[in-house]
Design a protein around this ligand. Structure first.
Ligand SMILES: [Mn+2]
Length: 280
């Protein structure tokens, strides 16, 4: 059968390669089991795939084309509804399956970053995490649970240590989280990020609520006074030679609360521009 005139709109744009030869692997994780405000980020991976078809594959910012990347859309992890522990186990195993590839992980809510990083630590024991987020996600526990999108970075600090985590864009947190972040010196401003030296491989996690709700209204926990996507993408692009980025995730897009797919479209754009800027 000829595939000259057909495409699969249920995969991310430019999904061209098999697992053997792909260098970049797109993986959806439709998990929103711990969302504490607006639920529905489980719908984001498929909505972002759909919106990706609206984008030109060429980036003027990076002067590169998505078509030149060897990319595979690996599908979605089958999570276990209501069972965070089992879902995290499945995520860890699936990410281990694509070890050695450059992962583009699409949530789902922010809890998923924990099992993804745990899995990637096997290959990169000195991994650093750079987080863009309106929130610090540093609470020790929330509603009786230690594993949620409110506590995820606290768990990562416990695993990685304070020197291997940098947080950018936070503007909503408790006094206790602020104190924890200040003591550990992990909160930075976007302006101070370029020139910051990362000594080791970097995994970037982008919570879409880091952007101002004017640009990204469809997120689980929107927070006013956020970043402008243009300044974010310029900063990422300007830092491409200063960081050895080995993968990233984009989380918390919440299609049921999105207006005219604005946030899913921005998520697809962020994924594309980050990939072109950062994939070596
Ligand atoms: Mn978050």
């Amino acid at each position: 059968m000829s595939d000259l005139y057909v495409e699969d709109p249920l995969t991310f744009w430019c999904n061209n390669y098999g697992l053997g030869s792909a260098e970049v692997v797109f993986l959806g994780i439709p998990f929103d089991g711990t969302s504490c405000f607006r639920v529905g980020s489980r719908e984001a991976p498929n909505r972002i795939r759909t919106m990706s078809y609206n984008l030109e594959t060429y980036s003027e910012l990076c002067r590169k084309d998505l078509k030149d990347l060897k990319m595979l859309d690996y599908g979605n992890v089958i999570v276990s509804p209501g069972d965070t522990g089992e879902s995290m186990r499945r995520i860890k195993e699936t990410v281990a399956d694509i070890s050695g590839k450059f992962p583009v992980i699409v949530g789902g809510e922010h809890t998923i970053t924990l099992p993804v990083v745990q899995s990637m630590l096997r290959k990169y024991p000195d991994l650093h995490v750079l987080q863009f987020d309106a929130h610090l996600d540093l609470k020790n526990e929330y509603a009786g649970s230690k594993f949620s999108h409110v506590t995820v970075m606290r768990r990562l600090v416990e695993i990685l240590g304070k020197k291997r985590i940098i947080q950018v864009g936070a503007r909503s947190f408790s006094a206790e989280e602020r104190e924890f972040s200040r003591k550990n010196n992990i909160l930075k401003s976007l302006e101070r990020l370029p020139g910051f030296g990362f000594k080791g491989p970097v995994y970037i996690t982008v919570d879409m609520d880091v952007f101002d709700p004017a640009f990204a209204p469809g997120v689980s926990t929107p927070e006013p006074n956020g970043l402008d996507p243009g300044e974010f993408l310029e900063t990422i692009n300007s830092m491409k030679n200063q960081m050895d980025v080995i993968g990233f995730d984009v989380v918390e897009t919440c299609p049921p609360y999105d207006t005219s797919d604005v946030t899913s479209l921005l998520s697809a754009k962020v994924i594309m521009e980050m990939l072109l800027a950062l994939k070596k």
